[in-house]
Design a protein around this ligand. Sequence first.
Ligand code: SF4
Length: 466
Amino acid sequence: MNQEDSKKVKVTYIKGDTPQECFTNGIAKLGGISQFVEKDDIVFLKISLNIPFGFPAISNFDLVKEVILACNKAGAKKIYIGACPTFFFSSQSIDTFMGLKSFFKNLGAEFVYLENNPTMSESINKSSNRKNFSNIKNIEIPDIIFNSDRIIILNQVNVDPLFMCNLSLVNLFSIIPQKYRELNFENENYMDIVNNDKYKSNLINNIIDVNSIIRPDLIINDFFYILEKAGPYIYKDSKLKKTNLMVMGNETYATDVATLMTLGLNIEENDLISALLEQDPYLENLNDIKQIRGNIEDINLKIEPCHSILEDIKIQNILVNSGKICSGCFLKVYHLLNFIKTLMPKDLKYLKECSLLVGANPTEPKNKKNIILFGKCAINTTQNYDFLTLTKMKGFKKKKEKQVQNKAIIKIGGCPPNLKDGLQKIYDFFGKKSLPELNLIYKLLESSDFKKKKDNDKLRGDNLSD
Ligand code: SF4
């Protein structure tokens, strides 16, 4: 960002009685909708839509409607809406669950299956003036993004296990399909990955790469309602907080920094913000952020963050032993535990006690039965552990000891593992009688067009991963 650009950066925070009121007042403070959308513009509205949970795991649709109305009022020729979901989901399967196409059509906008859109390969070196380049040389971006005149991010802010809360920088990253976002270090030295947390540094670089190519015109960080304690999805431990606040701006970094400040979070401790600042030190001089810093001191908002230690996620019948762990396995196990705790409470009652070992050199579990080894580090560094064998008595009167292989071990390989495969292995091991709720979830997914989509992907050679 050069000096000229930075002078134009505008960020504002708004307090109101409803999200719609915050948006309307925010747009007015930023100079009116005509600053962002002009007559006959094609607008792409990127929303939060990772999973088919309701609000506030996804964007507030009352607010989406308000943004669409504002764009229409400004004379937009066409408004596209989309996002590339995560876990097992595609835009198409979420549309099947939630009926988004018809909902948005009634509002005068078109919901697109972004990951089905042809992609354009964009070279990062061409479009970036940053000091450091990541290992991604070409990024596959849906061409509908390049064909749009304006990009608006409507980002639902909740607490997040890696970056404190959902930042718009991360929201924008999910404009590219999941298969291009996925990180896999299967063929690399796992000790090097875990010791240097390469998962997190590569993820940060990739997020910054996408942000250096796509510059949204308007960013709305909505935390009028926010999930704290567990997020960013609606988990059993999540707590809903009403803040009556929103931050809006015309630059992602500035809007995110102002959001972190408003939420009372420490910007210096946010690795993504620090990395971005390191690569473009001029961002620090943005005047509007400094002005906001002065204004928000009386807000005094405190948000309860996500658990940063996996063992602190208390869950019936599952004991977690973490060794040295990187952000990859941390993130996957965080979501796996919260998913099980939230959607499979009955299964947890039937489940026999088990130990989940993750990371390099985890502590040996006391109970040798039902051990889940999660990830390459856990599998490779426990090869001499006692739990791999069981002592059985044999012979007449059973007086002789015999060492036999412990078969009650579930190995979930990968660096990091794929969550869908991991869940499937747990399901195969315990069986549908012990996991009736997971069985029901699978049936629901199969009854939607999810299965059809999976089959289509297989035919195309695509890889549906978590
Ligand atoms: S197996 Fe997991 S903890 Fe180990 S390096 Fe890979 S992602 Fe990190």
